[in-house]
Design a protein around this ligand. Structure first.
Ligand SMILES: N[C@@H](CCC(=O)N[C@@H](CS)C(=O)NCC(=O)O)C(=O)O
Length: 344
């Protein structure tokens, strides 16, 4: 039996508790170090959604989410190839992030309050402002989702999609039957096989999914947008420094577009006399160092993937098969809502 007095034992216990808490905190704040030690960022992405994250036959990934992962890798390593992609289902994505299987989640995920609260994560910006819509077979009698009364609708589970869709039909007093699948592929197959009158999903996904149908031209996306789907990257809540890094890489891509700095002009920008450009590319100030990176963090990210406009156009915009107009994702000073705080 211990001969120590209770007060000594209590003191020792308190010291251990404090030490434990500090150790925990230190461990949590180590994502950047873990990434550097590993020599690669691990990014959780979708299984395969054209425009956002998809691997080709050689295993080379592309997409808007993929480019954000590459931009973070470039900001850290000056090498956009230092990233490993972990495909995750909609159901497993947030648990995988919480469990530390990925450093960042870039999975066409909608920023919602409950996802932050329940999964201990934080969204660090919006890389695509989306909304939910409906894909239907072209038919003169269906011009709006309000005409889908009594319809069977194909939908993927474990998404915001299914909740929005039920809210919309109920609030408009419409009857519906949800044909649910755990994967988007199966929901698409059901729709293509004629099991449903409509497929509902984020509008950007509908553009991508339509291309995979047997006869894409026979289908239209209805004009109704029934929800707000701000899609963004998420990280764990317990590493504020890491959240800052991923957040500011995203902001840098948007600021770069606003300042007219792109993948082809970033080296000229190093010689610019404009203060905001000089701060962005690291010619003035020590913004990169302040978040644990090098001075060229943003210049390296932009050189690797381009500014936000380039990333958008290449993956989902006019230069891609999807051809989605910029719309809400245009910069704030050009009529959209993409807006990044200044680097200063
Ligand atoms: N933005 C919505 C919808 C996301 C969504 O539908 N994701 C699908 C389409 S990529 C997905 O992750 N599918 C992959 C899978 O479940 O395996 C959300 O965050 O819930």
């Amino acid at each position: 039996m211990s001969s120590r007095k209770p007060i000594q034992i209590a003191f020792r216990g308190a010291v251990l508790l404090v030490a434990g808490a500090l150790a925990c905190h230190a461990a949590a704040a180590q994502t950047l170090k873990a990434v550097i030690d590993r020599g690669a960022l691990i990014c959780g992405v979708s299984h395969g959604l054209p425009g956002f994250a998809i691997a080709d036959a050689n295993g080379v990934w592309s997409g808007l989410d993929v480019d954000y992962c590459r931009a973070v890798a470039a900001a850290i390593f000056n090498d956009p190839a230092k990233v490993r992609f972990t495909p995750l289902s909609a159901e497993e994505r947030f648990d995988a992030l919480r469990a530390g299987k990925v450093d960042v989640l870039a999975h066409n995920s909608t920023w919602t309050m409950s996802r932050e609260a329940e999964y201990g994560l934080v969204f660090v910006g919006v890389n695509y402002y989306d909304g939910q819509g409906f894909l239907v077979r072209k038919a003169p009698e269906i011009a709006s989702a309000l005409e889908l009364d009594g319809a069977k609708v194909c939908v993927q589970t474990a998404t915001t999609t299914i909740d929005n869709f039920e809210d919309y039909f109920r609030s408009n007093n419409l009857k519906f039957e949800a044909v649910e699948e755990a994967s988007q592929d199966d929901a698409l197959k059901d729709y293509d096989a004629g099991k449903c009158a409509a497929l509902t999903s984020d509008v950007s996904q509908l553009y991508a999914l339509r291309l995979q149908l047997s006869h894409p031209r026979d289908h239209v996306i209805l004009p109704d947008v029934i929800s707000k789907e701000p899609l963004g990257l998420a990280v764990r809540q317990d590493d504020a420094r890491w959240a800052q890094i991923v957040k500011w890489v995203g902001f840098a891509l948007i600021d770069a577009e606003e300042l007219g700095v792109g993948s082809k002009t970033v080296d000229d920008a190093l010689k610019s006399k404009k203060p905001a450009v000089r701060r962005l590319v690291g010619a003035e100030g020590n913004f990169g160092e302040e978040i644990g990176l090098g001075a060229a963090w943003a210049a390296n990210a932009v050189r690797a993937v381009g500014n936000y406009g380039e990333v958008y156009e290449r993956n989902v915009g006019s230069k891609s098969k999807l051809g989605i107009p910029r719309g809400l994702n245009e910069l704030w000073d050009l009529g959209g809502i993409q807006y990044a705080p200044p680097i200063r």
